[in-house]
Design a protein around this ligand. Structure first.
Ligand code: PNS
Length: 162
């Protein structure tokens, strides 16, 4: 496989995402982690903050780069010479929506979607759950890279004092 894209919101990136990036990087020549710029969806971290965190965590993976996109993912694939979308499937609950998107993306532009089965260690993990648990003071240690955990705690503290 030549270039693959791992798209998402990554608000913030978790160890589950990193597992998917690493596995995509093992089969593709080049992987682009693409952050969706979605002005209608509220996020904890800005796109720039998410990109900065992603760049830090993918640095050890030599063939992975980080970018942002808006609009249709298939348009991004076509303009950036991307041959496949790589997604992680955590559980059956992910399947319906992911299948719908994969079929739509194939219909729109013939772009293939490849799924990797998420490491069972992270199958229950999502950015939203991590944010919720952390916001109520629960421990999310081990679910996020250390630097991301620090930024999450700082961001939640800032929001509490605002
Ligand atoms: O991390 P998320 O928020 O679950 O990622 C969803 C994402 C970014 C993969 C999906 O919303 C997407 O591809 N958005 C881009 C717009 C688009 O192409 N929509 C049609 C999908 S068939």
């Amino acid at each position: 496989m030549r270039t693959a894209v791992c798209p998402g919101s990554f608000d913030p990136v978790t160890n589950g995402h990193i597992d998917v990036f690493a596995r995509a990087a093992a089969v593709a020549d080049r992987v682009i982690v693409a952050v969706l710029i979605n002005k209608t969806k509220s996020s904890l971290f800005t796109v720039d903050e998410r990109i900065e965190m992603l760049k830090e965590v993918v640095a050890p993976l030599g063939n992975v780069e980080v970018d942002a996109f808006h609009g249709l993912l298939v348009d991004y694939c076509q303009t950036h010479d991307v041959q496949a979308i790589v997604k992680g499937l955590r559980a059956v609950s992910d399947f319906d929506y992911e299948l719908q998107m994969a079929q739509m993306n194939y219909r729109l532009a013939g772009v293939e979607t490849l799924f990797v089965s998420t490491n069972p260690l992270y199958s229950y993990l999502s950015s939203s759950l991590v944010k919720e648990v952390a916001a109520y003071g629960g421990s999310v240690e081990g679910l996020l890279p250390h630097t991301v955990l620090g930024r999450l705690q700082d961001k939640l503290a800032q929001n509490r004092s605002a």
